[in-house]
Structures are given as structure tokens and as C-alpha cells.
Design a protein around this ligand. Sequence first.
Ligand code: ATR
Length: 270
Amino acid sequence: MKKFAVIGNPINHSLSPQIHSEFARQYSIDLTYEKIMADDDISFTSTIENLINKGYSGANVTLPFKGCAAKISTTRTSEVDLTGSANTLCFDNNSIAAHTTDGIGLVNDLIDKIGSISNSSVLLLGAGGAANGVIPSIFSEKISHLYLWNRTIQKSFDMAEIWHESFKRVSVMEKIEFNKIDIVINATSAGVDDNSLSPISLNDCRKEIICYDMMYGKQTAFLKNARDNNLTSFNGLGMLVKQAAASFEIWHGQKVESKSVEESLRSSLV
Ligand code: ATR
């Protein structure tokens, strides 16, 4: 039986064991998948060593260890190199191959929910690991422009400078101009540990704009603000399931049916 785990801090809330068990059932694959909490980068690294020694096949990595996972890996995909973030590790003897599936999870969910995003103009809110981690996948869809905005706006300028080396159509939107945007993606952690307001007000938003929050499991102020304005909006549950589907495919070489898994999770979370 193949063994897998997800490592993070906090980790209790993780739905990954449930999702991977559902996927495994689709192919009658026997596997174990557990949640492991690590305190810091040192304990994360020793947990990985432990898993390798115990013959685990791979691990998912969640906050705050995605950067560390990228660093300690033996090989990295180009997307891991670009983003400095890894959420899927494959163990083979003593080597660790790092992948990141967050971006493909987001993009596949956007395509599933609204159709193609190519030629769309996207505003990405945030400048942390979550925002940076999805940028190459957003660009791979041939969007028309990526605007960056962050509460601490200097970080957006720093980010734009870095990403501009690989993608020319990226710039900072210091003052929000909704007429230039088709899709707004919230990749900030606003409202996770506090009751803060939406990072930007959507009250003057064009009605056609799609609002997507990478968070799931609780209604963020961003999504509430979108719903109060009758805007089309989605939370990140579909992204979660689809990034897991991409991890599953890396580990098992099988494409899963993710829609039913997302629907059953959505009804159990309501
Ligand atoms: P993650 O790895 O999840 O991206 P992070 O690196 O801590 O986490 O980044 C959190 C992001 O959420 C940052 O862009 C942060 O903005 P600042 O750079 O200004 O701190 C953003 N953020 C957190 N709380 C916020 C709030 N109340 N309003 C707007 N943005 C917020």
C-alpha cells in the first residue's frame, strides 16, 4: 500500500486526506494519506526525511512550508523554480522531486466556472506566497494583462519587477480601475485571523466582473462584498480539489473526476 501525507501548520482543517481517498476510490488504488503538523522549517525537513526513511511515496505541503519544500528538494519543475513554492513532493530513494499544482488548480477551476480566461484582464490582490505561486499558470492561459495590487503597494512594485523578466504584460494597479479588469482574484489573507474588511471595495465594480477568492471554508469579507453587490463570485474550494487532482495525477498517473468530489465537499461544508 502506498503511503502519503500532507504537512502544514495548522493542519487539522485540511480536507486533503478526504479528497485523495475519494480520488483513490475512483481507481481502486490502496493508499494511506495522513495529516502531519510541523512546528517550523527544521521540523518540516526532519518530517520529510522521516517519511522517506519509512518508504512514503510522496507528500503534499501546505502553509507555511511551501517555500522550504522547494528549497530542500533535489529536483524542481520550472514552475517551482519560478515561484519558489512547492506543494507536491515525490520521493524516490533519497531524492525529492518538487512540483507545484496550486496555479493549475486555480486556472482549471476558473476555466471550469467561467470558461476560457484567455484574453481576460486579471487583477491579482496580494503579494505573498499565495499570489506569487499562481502567476505562471495564469500567464500560461494567455491572458491580456495581469494587474497587481497589494495593501503594502511597494511589494506589488517589487513583485512586478521580478515577474516582468518572464512575463511582459504585468503591471501594478495602484488605484483600482474596474473598467480595465475582467476578473479579480483575492490571494490575500485578509479576514483569515481577523474581521478585516475586503482588501479592496467592490462597491463600484462593473457587474460583469468575476470575483474569485482563493480561500475556502469561510466567507471572506471579499466574497461578502462581492455577493452584496450581486457580482458573480467563487470561493477556492474548486481550486483546492483541482490542485489535489493535479497532485494525484503526478503521483498515480491517473486523471480523476473532480466535480463530484467538489460537490460533496461543498454540501458538507455549508
Ligand atoms: P500567503 O503565503 O498566504 O500569501 P503571506 O505571505 O503572509 O501569506 O501574505 C499575506 C498577504 O495578504 C499579503 O499580501 C498581505 O498584505 P501586506 O503585504 O500589506 O501585509 C495581505 N493581507 C493580509 N491581511 C490583509 C488585510 N487585512 N487587508 C489587505 N491585505 C491583507
